[in-house]
Design a protein around this ligand. Sequence first.
Ligand code: HEC
Length: 97
Amino acid sequence: MAAVAVLAAGCGGGGIESPATPRDGKTVFTEYCGACHTLSAAGADGGAGPNLDDLKPERETVAAQVRDGGGGMPAFSNKLSAAEIDAVADFVASTTR
Ligand code: HEC
């Protein structure tokens, strides 16, 4: 068991690009979304995009919009990992209902 743990830990340092632990949804929102969107659960009051407190988007809508962008919003698939996109979609969908 100990050898397995050491091996697993040894393999963790490979990705310089991606953090070892994905940032949680609220952190991602604060860093990447709050400048353009209002969402009270994140303390964000950006005004460039729709107010997400009012829009109450579905989880899949958020995930697709973040992945692909559109309508003046940039795509984030090159900045956020799939896990982080899932996390921010979960966060937005869970706080708006
Ligand atoms: C540079 C400003 C900007 C940033 C940063 C930004 N957005 Fe947007 N967002 C917009 C604009 C503008 C729209 C309106 C797009 C449209 O009308 O089609 C939008 C639309 C949306 C929608 C609505 C999609 C729909 O189909 O109704 C969601 C959900 C959303 N953004 C979530 C996010 C999340 C989550 C992040 C962070 C990862 C983010 N946005 C970052 C500007 C931004």
